[in-house]
Design a protein around this ligand. Sequence first.
Ligand code: SF4
Length: 430
Amino acid sequence: MVARRAPVARAGVRVGKRGRCKAIARRCGATPCYHPAAARARPADPMADSQTPYRKHNSFVEIRQRRAPPEARARLEKVRAAATDMGLSPDAAALVRRACDEALGRATASAPHQPFTLQANVVEEIGRLTDAEIPRYLHYRYRYEVYPDRRLLDDYPPCLQIEPTSSCNFRCVFCYQTDKPFTARKNGHMGVMPLDLFKRVVDQAQGHVEAVTLASRGEPTLCPHLDKMLAYAAGKFLGLKVNTNASLLTEALCHALLAADVNTLVFSADAADETAYRKLRVGGDLRKVLENVKRFHDIRRRDYPASRLITRVSGVKVPGAGELNDMERFWGDYVDQVAFVNYNPWENAYEAPPTAIAAPCSDLWRRMFIWWDGRANPCDVDFKSTLSVGDAARQDLSALWRSGPYETLRRDHLEARRGSRHPCARCSVV
Ligand code: SF4
């Protein structure tokens, strides 16, 4: 429950007499308002301070898993012993051995860096892999977690987010889909990725990138050929992930997701009751979403008993979101994990007050986004792509990842010039 406080005026936030956010009063209707902009107007709120760094390397507030994580140490011991005989290049084998050593506590990282550790969700993912797949997984996971912290780069991003479409049927209060100039068709941000472009990106990523997420600014199930994209990506990545609001999850799409051996399917939801859900997920219907998630669960159990998929209900921890215990009670029978991630002010990156954060943004070493039209971007906080680093329709992924604009942006962050870049100066991601 959000405590009432006297309204406090701050740049970019319109607050009425009773602390009610005027900007979205028509949508929200709550006093106090659940809108993050209003939340930021309450300085005592821990989420109110836009100066607080948003630590991207672990954005989970909390995660609960249905199964106890399986034992992974013994398997890592085996992988470490056999790393040189598993068909890896000498460099990759050395990296896998290093990952095992750090995870097993036999090697540490030099300060101020953290050693690679096995978080519960990582152990769960390892538990679903064959022994032969674990080196590939560790090679990706170590680069995903450790490289951004140590500012290391190689030829491909540890993670690639491909956007099937930028459109969404929801207007969640914390999301940039509430930005009208962004969603206005005439401004050119809305569209669907052509299948040929998707295949080109997948072909280049295969064998170099293991974590591929089909989602970014829009709702992927709105893409009319998502089923074909899934079929094309099937079996090519160890970390194929899809994020969806589950409102349009038809029976056919359930089969397409399961047949493609997607590794992680995230259902975005932040509440366990209809009133709270509607206030946050504007345009959504909790009853319908629950029906769809249940149906997915039933199809999986009935037709794909050997599926290795991990399903997760994941919410954004904003005022008005449910408590994790309630979420677990509501969703827990139908998914493997229930989690909350920290709120990041995605919806107004361009208008937020400048921060005093000087630390570099770790995502510049972690992931790259390919928008529906091929535009490559370093993040989706910059949802209007002012930081674009190139075009995947014309340039190769590796060339984009190490392109001049990307390297300049990284250097600006490393050399304390983050404040000179827009919208990095107003963004709290580190
Ligand atoms: S806007 Fe800049 S600081 Fe924020 S996530 Fe994007 S690249 Fe990182």
